[in-house]
Design a protein around this ligand. Structure first.
Ligand code: C2E
Ligand code: CA
Ligand code: CA
Ligand code: CA
Length: 278
């Protein structure tokens, strides 16, 4: 809750106290979805130190003819509140899974896994695991190639959301904890919620090179991941120094502007082809 408020305050000050504007944005989003104005971009997740792409995170984009570019940090919370995230999230999942089948690792491409952000509201839908199973069957994507990125806030109070994560894990889907370390229940959660991957938040990555002794949390988190046999992905890596330091600390996977920005699927396909030695 706390964090949700902060996010609103940070990203949409006008929406926070303007219910009318909020409703208007919701209506425009509904129209944009119907008109097919939303699309996905994909950001590589790479293996350190060489930076070879091994996975990609799907990120949704909304380019509105009137408003221009609306960042997901603004419209996803709106979609969560008015329930649009349920059909939108389903479309995102289907689109990302379909795209991932075009990036078969055996074709020399290196997108072994496709990561999709799943919001709390989606996880609270009892039918969500069945929807995911249906999308996997429909697209033919191996369950093991799909990663659902969830936040600790979504599952910390248990309930249907936690049941959903367990059911997804039961299907063979990989579970990643997004923005790890920024919530308030991180460690306890690892005992109750099946988690395979920790995505270490950018705020800890930022600290690894600012001061030589400031990598305390990034170091602790990689140790926790190692101890629990979880994979760790360092998020928001912007410089070569950060990448080097993270690798020294034991990080094997990273994501960030230093390696690549989110890009349309066709651009990533080209990048993968250029990457592949033949
Ligand atoms: P997130 O899941 O933590 O996604 C990472 C965000 O950090 C993305 O912003 C990405 O573009 C950005 N980023 C990646 N590397 C760097 C870097 O080196 N430096 C900086 N400064 N930023 C970097 P984006 O795409 O604007 O997404 C923001 C948030 O919106 C996401 O945070 C996620 O919470 C939400 N979101 C985006 N797409 C979806 C979606 O399809 N479904 C849901 N439910 N949420 C989404
Ligand atoms: Ca994410
Ligand atoms: Ca994140
Ligand atoms: Ca984030």
């Amino acid at each position: 809750k706390e964090r949700g408020k902060h996010r609103l305050a940070r990203y949409e000050p006008s929406l926070d106290h303007d219910a009318h504007e909020y409703a208007r944005l919701g209506a425009q989003l509904r129209r944009a979805i119907d008109e097919g104005e939303l699309y996905l971009v994909y950001q590589p997740i790479v293996e350190l130190p060489a930076g070879r792409t091994v996975a990609a995170e799907a990120l949704v984009r909304w380019q509105d003819p009137e408003r221009g570019f609306v960042p997901p940090d603004v419209f996803i919370p709106v979609a969560e509140r008015n329930g649009l995230i349920v059909p939108l999230g389903e479309w995102i999942l289907r689109e990302a899974c379909r795209q991932a089948t075009q990036w078969q690792p055996r074709d020399g491409h290196a997108v072994h896994r496709i990561s999709v952000n799943v919001s709390a509201r989606q996880l609270r839908e009892p039918a969500f695991p069945a929807t995911v199973a249906a999308i996997l069957a429909e697209t033919g994507l191996d369950a093991g190639r799909l990663v659902v990125e969830i936040t600790e806030t979504a599952v910390f109070d248990g309930g249907v959301a936690l049941d959903s994560v367990r059911a997804l894990h039961g299907l063979g889907v990989t579970v990643a904890l997004d923005d790890f370390g920024t919530g308030h229940s991180s460690l306890g959660l690892l005992r109750t919620c099946p988690v395979d991957v920790l995505k270490v938040d950018k705020s800890f990555v930022d600290e690894v090179t600012t001061q030589s002794d400031q990598a305390v949390i990034a170091t602790a988190l990689i140790q926790i991941a190692g101890g629990l046999r979880l994979q760790a992905v360092a998020e928001g890596v912007e410089t070569a120094d950060q990448a080097t330091r993270l690798h020294q600390l034991g990080y094997r996977y990273a994501q960030g502007y230093h390696f690549a920005r989110p890009m349309p699927a066709a651009d990533l396909t080209r990048l993968l082809q250029a990457d592949t030695p033949d």
